[in-house]
Design a binder for this molecule. Sequence first.
Ligand code: GAL
Length: 421
Amino acid sequence: MRSTRRALAAVVGAAALLVASACGTGEDDDSTAAQVEVFTWWAEGGEKAGLDALVSRFTTACPGQQFSSGAVPGGAGVNAKQVLNARLQQNDPPDVFQVHAGAELLDHIDSGQIEDLTADFSTWGLTGTLPAGLIETITVNGKLWSVPVGVHRANVVWTNDQVLADSGILTAPKTLKEFIGNLGRLRRDGVESPLALGRDWTQLMLLESVLISDLGPKRFTGLFTGATKWEGEAVADAIDDYATVLGFSNADRDSLDWPQATRLLADGKAGYQMMGDWVGAELEAANFSGYDSFTFPGNGKAFQWLADSFALSSGAANPAGGRCWLQTVASPEGQQAFSVQKGSIPARTDAPTVGFSDYQLSAAADWKSGVAVPSCAHGSACSQPWQNAANAALGAFSTSEDKAALQSALAAAAKQFVRQG
Ligand code: GAL
């Protein structure tokens, strides 16, 4: 293990540290191999299964290199990003690290923390095999900075079919109003928390979905480019709707990460969970099959996307090993193996779809035909400081329920962090 752990302690404390070092994936001891530290937040369940699939391909494709896990648990990377940023500032980088494609990369690029991978993209067969829109979002200053492995959809609602059937709910709601009606029906029937929800960033996801329904995909996207105002009636109305939906969620939401909210759903304590499509893999990993999913009511054909990607640190101790990891991640077989376990769809359009679930096949079709909208909670729309500010605003609202304060905090964050062009 490298000296890197010292920096972790300052940020997440000893408990998280223990988990992080215990969750190494595929770290068989081989004293002759060069270590490649791969930093992620995938430490358990479907997420770890996805990472393991990549590790197994890497081990075959990169002889002489040994995977070393730098996983720091915590959904959406809330803990991992803090640890990573502390390490990068102390010139103690992992070789490669997980990052969302899109605006989340901007600060790393500005600070010179990651390598330009433009030339590698063609060597690794990524030219012409990624959707044009995705290439556009990850191109900054005319260069490519991270290798996308899989695309997830954020705006999905997951169900416990038995809980819904017990209340006579047999079809997916088409509108937000209908959804709110179903939540009310569940509560009247004794389901105390009809909607399973977790901490701040999961609440931001819910707000984003409500905003897509109320503003439509174009005006929603404009919230992150400066084209749509956060001030004013349209967002205020959406915040009203958000508050109504939030009122049907579990009271302990602020202390739960997303897998614990998924557990509430699988245990029959909730009828719905609003969460990205990594939930399918988690439910499968937990052997729970009584679920279904639908696009958030009122979102129409909007496909709120995010892409998991990997970047090469500028100060990587083992850049050759890091590049071999990235090449594995870039390969069609690596992308397929990862997605089968992770519940995503490969970023490459030419990756095989063998082993995909019906859900994944339908997500792949929707990704092609739908209206792509980015996600702030998962970095395709917002830089890291913007995400942090939005998460803090949602976390505060969860206890204060002060709608005006939420709206003005979100408006202030947009003003401070929006980047034009
Ligand atoms: C997202 C990430 C997903 C999944 C999720 C929950 O940010 O892109 O792959 O891991 O967080 O942790």
